[in-house]
Design a protein around this ligand. Structure first.
Ligand SMILES: [Zn+2]
Length: 224
């Protein structure tokens, strides 16, 4: 399998009643062999942006990645996932069985949920202090960790709820947050991973127009 640059967009072209995904525009249609140099506007290539971002460039965000490896290498759709929260400088705070950690690297390929709108100046100026103080609490000591009930997700969601509380907004439970903010993004990521892996193996990936859904289009994603 030839790895592609994971931050580069993929492209989609339409030909032979199919959507053909590739890492660059092929010279010829892989189905009919016709040259793709002169296309109608309808057949013009469309860019498919990667759903993954470098978490260290995301400020005040919830991040999700595989516990080991990356989404595009080694992830099989069932592997354990790990989550964290970034401060205003992309330093990632996360919690596991050895306590709270602050990472300057290791979160380069993530699904990200922005937690603060750019105009929330008060929250932005206090974010780093909030996060630091929150992370120092006794409940995040290593011995308090429990794989299913007091884990990385508990840590991140409790922090998000503290922030919502400070803004006098309604708190969210795990399933609410996951369904509203995480699943729309992971669904898109999962589709992208399928396309990416096929392109690595076969050079392209094609679906019939009728089978196509809109998960790869840059649809609207909710932010907090
Ligand atoms: Zn064709």
């Amino acid at each position: 399998m030839q790895p592609l640059d994971s931050e580069r967009d993929l492209i989609k072209i339409s030909h032979c009643k199919k959507d053909i995904f590739a890492s660059f525009v092929p010279m010829h249609c892989p189905f009919c062999g016709q040259s793709l140099a002169y296309r109608t506007l309808k057949e013009a290539p469309v860019s498919i942006p990667s759903p993954f971002v470098n978490g260290h460039r995301e400020r005040c965000s919830f991040l999700l990645k595989p516990t080991s490896g990356t989404f595009l290498r080694g992830y099989d759709g069932r592997s354990d996932l790990h989550v964290g929260i970034t401060n205003t400088n992309g330093l990632v705070y996360d919690y596991n069985e050895t306590g709270v950690h602050k990472a300057e690297y290791g979160w380069e390929q993530c699904v990200s949920v922005p937690l603060v709108q750019p105009d929330m100046h008060d929250l932005l100026t206090q974010w780093d202090t909030y996060l630091e103080q929150f992370s120092g609490a006794d409940i995040w000591l290593p011995h308090r960790y429990q794989e299913h009930f007091h884990n990385c997700y508990t840590y991140a969601l409790t922090f998000i709820n503290c922030v919502l509380n400070a803004q006098k907004k309604q708190q969210m439970n795990k399933s609410e947050f996951t369904e509203r903010f995480v699943i729309p993004r992971t669904r898109k990521a999962s589709k992208y991973i399928t396309i990416y892996k096929e392109i690595c193996t076969n050079g392209f990936y094609a679906v019939d127009h009728s089978d196509q859904d809109n998960q790869t289009s840059p649809g609207r994603q909710e932010t907090l």
